[in-house]
Design a binder for this molecule. Sequence first.
Ligand code: SAM
Length: 339
Amino acid sequence: MTRIPGAAPHAPVMLAECLAHLAVKPQAWYLDGTFGAGGHTRALLEAGGNVLALDRDPSVTRFLPEDALASGRLRFVEGNFDALDRHAAAAGVGPLAGVLLDLGVSSMQLDEAERGFSFRHPGPLDMRMGPTGLCAADLVNSASQEELASVIFRYGEERYSRRIARRIVEARAKAPITTTDELAEIIARAYPPGPRRDHPARRTFQALRVAVNDELGALERALAAAERALAPGGRLVVLTYHSLEDRIVKRAFKSSALLTPLTKKPLTASPEEVAANPRARAAKLRAAERVPNGAAATDAGSGANAADDAARAGRFTRGALAPPHATPDSTLITLWEDR
Ligand SMILES: C[S@@+](CC[C@H](N)C(=O)[O-])C[C@H]1O[C@@H](n2cnc3c(N)ncnc32)[C@H](O)[C@@H]1O
């Protein structure tokens, strides 16, 4: 495969904050569960760490730095981060000093029309991050109207989910919906007229992508896997891009007996970074530390703001105990996959 040396088309988000919270130690092993164009991985390598990089999208291998692969400081596995503990064990690199998850899709995936992620680019209605599994066209053309409305409401938080689902079902009765532009047009027609802040298809496309890739289920499993894979004192850093993801991370950190949150409130990108990289606008960073074996985890509590400040300066503090975590409902995805 052609390798593109140097320039990466996806700017790594909140890079300095990620590195500060991972507190990179030379020669220790870190797992980057979302390699993408490799911006975070390259920074971890430059800081002296070794990296096991994962991505479920095999096309990212063109961004792997050859020199780091050759030296053995970087390894790559095509796979889902929901089994990151098993990938680390199979590669013989655990327990890990840190795990980084930078969720969602990359700029490359969004910009490549044939991947079908974007309502802005005409392409096949695919949306799969990896090469296998059911695609968005399968969901759009086979789920019931109620299932579609639920997916669009729950994973897109779209207030017009029922109208959109009804229009989709009406349109597919004439002919299957197979392209992004057809679907975007159907959604736009389902929307009531009037001023709006963003494209009517944005939330529905997000919902379909989340369902097709089981993104929330994978995140829940990955957080549990990270707990198992981290060494005592190891760090977990997660960058989320919408409220559904952030809620899962927040609850998992609070309820875990093995993770101490280092951020009471999520960190966000600086105005300078958002101006240079609009994708950073929605980013929220949460970090936690794996407790030493035999110790109980504590919440960041009232000390978290101080912890955030300290984290930026490379130091961390801890606070009071957290309430239990309620697992979010993945029933819809299960229902659809069982069809
Ligand atoms: C936002 S991009 C990461 C960008 C990367 N941090 C960088 O600096 O270039 C997210 C990447 O994670 C991958 N991804 C998303 N969910 C995944 C999962 N469950 N398992 C493995 N990779 C996943 C996507 O294929 C995509 O390449």
